[in-house]
Design a binder for this molecule. Structure first.
Ligand code: NAD
Length: 483
């Protein structure tokens, strides 16, 4: 099920060069075989200090680079990533266990977002405010400085690329910290595009939570953002408090898909399957619609159809182009998902699909797509983020209790509403507490639209102009002149 395709650069990347680290190396395992495929350098305190110093120097040069030149470089970076699409997707499939198909799609998304932000170069605009005769008042946006972006394991390449683009386009330098579980593709990213920017503008440091904490506390870093779990988001916010950094957080979800009695059942069921992102990441997606609320009038047939649709999705070798769904990305994920399957059964939920591990794939972290029916809102399976291929189906009859249950979780990332009645849809959109809501759709992100969550799902919005502007500071200038 795959070995490392090509030689990867050795070391950590900062200041426009590779540096060997004296810190412990990180072993990298293929989750589909359990075998070690590489060892990569992790950054210790010494490398962190040197990287921040290099990023500070690089940022000063980059901030003075005119926006159209920044655009040109970012577009060149995007096309380099595009040229190496197959290789990058293979690295991610090997490292994360996500399907090759899904990871090819991730490269497309990465390129699209890099190009999108490249095109926004001239949108870092200020404003003028009228303050009376003899004075001019204007506001300019300046970069914040050095930005640290800490990313998770589920979309390694896509997050590395999509998260470096907005702060760099705003004139900042960036230190990307990939997940210690999936460090491979970001090394390749640094190799491919690091040299396009002035030294120190793009830096990639591999390491675990300790490095994340080092970045969040470092006085030379102005802004830290994390895509990860709510627990990590809270830790980063605490760590960043002493140096009062800008903080933005894209965290977990326990997202609802609601079927009203008049829903187009066939499409809604398809959307509930699509909403779980099984072929993409084996359900390891923050936006997965993992709680499906079905009106009692539709309940039994919908449960049957969901079970059949989940049974039809077969896990297989992540690196095979024909594989529909890969495996879970880490042993921790595998144990967690299997633990939740057991918890749900003990809580009295009815397992109608999956739940087991395919025997022929027992060498890796494979779990069949699983559906639990008769889930009630108080069960742990309905409250906690599983982050895997496990769907809970809940029956509802009364609108107010439905909304109470939909909103009765700590998270508020996405929601999907299925009805043909526009008034019903708009009422539900108003009542549901979530940052990204689909009516008669799920899973898709639309270019330029703000993605992010409410409550414990995070702070801030990404994939939009606002994300780029969040890496700027406003400076107000007031000039008095002789009129
Ligand atoms: P995680 O929180 O364990 O790790 C994410 C990153 O944070 C990793 O790079 C990790 O090394 C780092 N980290 C961990 N502890 C840290 C600490 N104390 N200080 C600083 N950095 C630390 O998350 P994960 O298991 O890699 O990813 C799964 C989580 O990510 C899920 O909760 C999922 O919902 C969330 N996620 C959210 C989005 C979104 O856009 N909202 C997207 C993808 C994933």
């Amino acid at each position: 099920m795959g070995t490392l395709p090509n030689k990867l650069p050795q070391g950590v990347y900062y200041g426009g060069a590779w540096h060997r680290s004296s810190s412990q190396q990180i072993p990298v395992y293929s989750p589909s075989t359990g075998q070690e495929v590489a060892k990569v350098d992790s950054a210790g305190e010494e490398e962190l200090e040197a990287a921040v110093k290099a990023a500070t120097a690089g940022q000063k040069i980059w901030a003075k680079t005119i926006p159209l030149e920044r655009s040109r470089v970012m577009r060149e970076a995007a096309s380099k990533i595009k040229e190496h699409k197959e290789e990058l997707a293979r690295l991610d499939a090997l490292d994360s266990g996500n399907s090759l198909r899904g990871m090819l799609f991730d490269v497309d998304i990465a390129v699209t977002l890099m190009e999108f932000f490249a095109g926004l170069a001239t949108e870092i605009k200020g404003e003028t405010v009228p303050v009376g005769a003899g004075k001019v008042n204007y506001v300019v946006r300046e970069p914040v400085g050095v930005v640290a972006r800490i990313v998770p394991f589920n979309h390694p390449l896509m997050f590395a690329c999509a998260k470096l683009a907005p702060p760099i386009m705003a004139g900042n330098s960036v230190i990307i910290k990939p997940s210690e579980e999936t460090p491979l593709s970001s090394l390749k990213v640094a190799e491919l595009i690091g040299g396009l920017f002035p030294p120190g503008v793009l830096n990639v440091l591999n390491g675990g939570p300790d490095l994340g904490a080092g970045l969040s506390t470092h006085p030379g870093i102005a802004s830290v953002s994390v895509v990860g779990s709510a627990a990590t988001g809270r830790a980063v916010m605490r760590q960043a408090a002493d140096t009062l950094k800008h903080v933005s957080l894209e965290l977990g979800g326990k997202n609802a898909l609601v079927m009203f009695p008049d829903a187009d059942v066939e499409k809604a069921v398809q959307s509930a399957v699509k909403g779980m992102n099984l072929p993409w990441t084996a359900g390891q997606s923050c936006g997965s619609t993992s709680r499906v609320f079905v009106h009692e009038s539709l309940y039994d047939p919908v449960v049957d159809q969901l079970a059949a649709a989940f049974d039809a999705v077969k896990p297989g070798d992540p690196l095979s182009p024909s594989t529909e769904m890969g495996c879970l990305s880490t042993r921790g994920q595998y144990d967690k998902v299997r633990g939740y399957i057991e918890i749900a059964q003990n809580e009295g939920a009815r397992m109608v699909a999956g739940g087991d591990v395919p025997e022929e794939l027992s060498h890796g972290f494979f779990v069949r797509p699983t559906v639990f029916a008769d889930v009630t809102p108080d069960m742990r399976i309905a409250q906690e983020e599983v982050f895997g291929p496990v769907l809970s189906v809940l029956k509802w009859s009364d609108y107010d209790s439905l909304i109470e249950a939909v909103n009765g979780v700590d998270y508020g990332l996405t929601a999907s509403v299925w009805t043909r009645d526009i008034s019903q849809a708009m009422r539900a959109v108003d009542d549901i507490c979530a940052g990204y809501v689909w009516v008669n759709n799920s899973s898709d992100h639309f270019l330029g639209t703000p993605y992010g969550g409410m409550k414990q799902s995070g702070i801030g919005r990404e994939e939009c102009l606002g994300e780029m502007l969040s890496y700027t500071e406003q400076k107000n200038v007031n000039i008095t002149f002789e009129a």
